[in-house]
Write a protein that binds this ligand. Structure first.
Ligand code: MTE
Length: 309
């Protein structure tokens, strides 16, 4: 197994290794790789140091892959890692629909090979007031948007998660399905989708996304609450009107479309002024736009962020 060094490799090198690994020693290799990833956490901290802010420490691979929100697999934080083993993230294709010059089905492997996969360390701030720091691999959503050429009346993008109740036990469970209108959907304004911070992620810590993190392709929008970062995407639709998305549909009194991280607008049932970083004991203050204000505040310069929360 010596090819599975504990180095976190660039994603493309990693993908080549993965093909070799898969054809050789599939399950043992996956297990060994995972152990090495846990072990390499401290090393990664140095590798990504140029992307880490002063007060940020990477969360471990174990934390990121065992403490999740993914209602398709259950409501508990450990449900996604415990109950997602039946889910098959490959083969996979994404349907690009709506107001674009080039709609169509795109095979995931074609998609990945067309774009440059980059390392992006982002803070993820969940609406439940916990947070993590995650080394994602992915490509800017804008690269895909430009390729499919939106028409001039496309103002919003709607994203949809796969619906596979046979593989996703939460979609089958009556208690969850009673209030979650499957499939899970999310949306962005077109200019939010074009912002260079917005990525489609295919991996983290140099490893393909595990099912619990939204394999094989999920959105990451670091200045918005975590629920905007929709997982296991099968459709990307360009539309004229602001789409109706899952959380405002479930509870319009508590969730709205924009969901920008904002310490000045509390959730009706708890404060958003502070957060608990997973792995830490004390709470820390939450920053406007999750610390990305310099990059994104221009997108909202004429908006009342109390009204459009
Ligand atoms: N996407 C789908 N399809 N279903 C979900 O339940 N949960 C969201 C988001 N994406 C969710 C989803 C929420 S609430 C959060 S905080 C993030 O995923 C969590 O991502 P992570 O588990 O990879 O940390």
């Amino acid at each position: 197994m010596k090819i599975l060094g504990s180095e976190i490799t660039p994603y493309k090198t990693y993908l080549n290794r993965r093909q070799f690994i898969q054809s050789s020693f599939a399950s043992v290799a996956t297990f060994t790789l995972a152990s090495n990833l846990y072990a390499s956490h401290n090393k990664s901290q140095n590798q990504y140091s140029d992307q880490l802010s002063e007060n940020d420490v990477l969360n471990t691979y174990e934390e990121i892959t065992t403490y999740n929100n993914f209602y398709e697999f259950g409501i508990g934080k450990s449900d996604p890692s415990n109950f997602s083993n039946k889910f098959k993230p490959r083969p996979w294709s994404i349907s690009v629909e709506g107001l674009v010059t080039k709609p169509g089905m795109i095979d995931l492997e074609d998609l990945i090979s067309n774009f440059t996969i980059e390392d992006r360390v982002y803070r993820l701030r969940c609406v439940e007031a916990w947070s993590m720091v995650i080394p994602w691999q992915g490509f800017p959503l804008k690269d895909l948007i430009k390729k499919v050429e939106p028409l001039s009346d496309a103002k919003y993008i709607e994203f949809e998660t796969v619906y596979r109740p046979e593989e996703m036990p939460g979609q089958k469970r009556k208690t969850i399905s009673f209030y979650v209108p499957w499939p899970y959907t999310e949306g962005l304004r077109l200019d939010e989708g074009l912002h260079p911070l917005t990525i489609l992620s295919t991996g983290l810590y140099g490893h393909d996304l595990l099912n619990q993190n939204g394999a094989p392709l999920r959105l990451v929008v670091p200045w918005k609450y975590g629920f905007k970062s929709i997982k296991s995407i099968v459709a990307i639709r360009f539309v004229k009107e602001q789409p109706k998305t899952t959380w405002p549909l479930i509870n319009p009194g508590e969730y709205a479309f924009y969901s920008n991280v904002n310490p000045n607008v509390d959730h009706p049932r708890w404060t958003q002024a502070t957060e608990r970083r997973i792995g830490e004991f004390f709470r820390r203050p939450t920053s406007m736009f999750n610390g990305y204000a310099e990059e994104v505040s221009d997108l909202y310069k004429d908006m009342d962020l109390i009204k459009y929360y």
